[in-house]
Design a protein around this ligand. Structure first.
Ligand code: ZN
Length: 259
């Protein structure tokens, strides 16, 4: 009798779900039938999709492909939700909110070595499973790569300034996403503003605070439009990079750099 009752209950439940358009969601996300919308992942299936919105308008779709590394599906879901939350904010601060709408960003997990890399043209962020498995709390990496999808500096060699674009990507990570993390160690005798990543990001953070709150947007648009040259910083602040770096190092030595 008990088994018959259970069967009847199951039948009624399934019938009700079918009637209401409800569908069962199995815990194995890798079996999801959703096809990837990313042109470089044709034929791939995605395990999760999140939507980025600005004022209730969809501005981006974040899809996750963990078909090569199934156990990272929950990590990928969280990363996609994080990106959906931050994508509109970063786009606005970079001054590209209007031109960066309606894009697909794909978080793809593979078995190759390395950390992560981003192709801004296709919106493909590739994460190394080995790195993610060893750094499961490194959500700042996701923010860093997400910034790269919005910089879109293209392939124009003269328009690419690696140290600055990496510095801007880490600026969002350090100044906005992890603002309370300890400052990186800088050696004033050897460090340079072109050291990229955390060094450049901390310098930019100090410039935003002390010189121009709109600095990141201005620099990003100059690079994006192919207008950037080392003189750009002089136009914005009235000082050269070297002069500003010397002032930053002087404040750093005096332990006056605080955020
Ligand atoms: Zn980077």
């Amino acid at each position: 009798m008990k088994a018959a009752r259970l069967l009847a209950l199951l039948f009624i439940t399934v019938a009700w779900m079918a009637g209401t358009g409800c569908s069962l969601v199995w815990p194995s996300y890798s079996n999801s039938p959703l096809p990837s919308q990313n042109p470089s992942l044709q034929g791939h299936r995605v395990s999760y999709v999140a939507v980025a919105k600005r004022e209730n308008r969809v501005v981006g779709v974040l899809e996750v492909d963990t078909s090569q590394v199934h156990d990272l599906a929950p990590w990928g879901r969280h990363a996609a939700d994080l990106c959906a939350d931050w994508y509109p904010r970063i786009a606005t601060q970079l001054g590209v909110a209007e031109v960066s709408s309606n894009r697909v960003i794909t978080l793809y997990f593979h078995r190759r070595d390395g950390v992560a890399n981003t192709d801004p043209k296709t919106g493909l962020i590739s994460f190394s499973q080995a790195y993610v498995h060893g750094h499961t709390n490194d959500w700042g990496l996701v923010i860093h790569e997400l910034v790269h999808t919005l910089q879109s500096y293209g392939t124009n060699e003269t328009g690419y300034h690696g140290w600055l674009s990496e510095g801007i990507a880490d600026y969002f990570r350090l100044a906005l996403f992890e603002p309370d993390a300890p400052l990186p160690r800088l050696n004033p005798d050897t460090a340079s503003h072109t050291n990229s990543y955390r060094t450049t990001a901390t310098f930019l953070r100090w410039l935003v605070k002390t010189r121009d709150p709109d600095l990141i947007r201005k620099l990003n648009l100059a690079i994006r439009d192919g207008q950037y040259s080392p003189a750009t910083i002089q136009t914005i602040t009235g000082r050269t990079w070297d002069e500003l770096w010397a002032e930053f190092m002087s404040a750093w030595r005096a332990k006056q750099v605080r955020f």
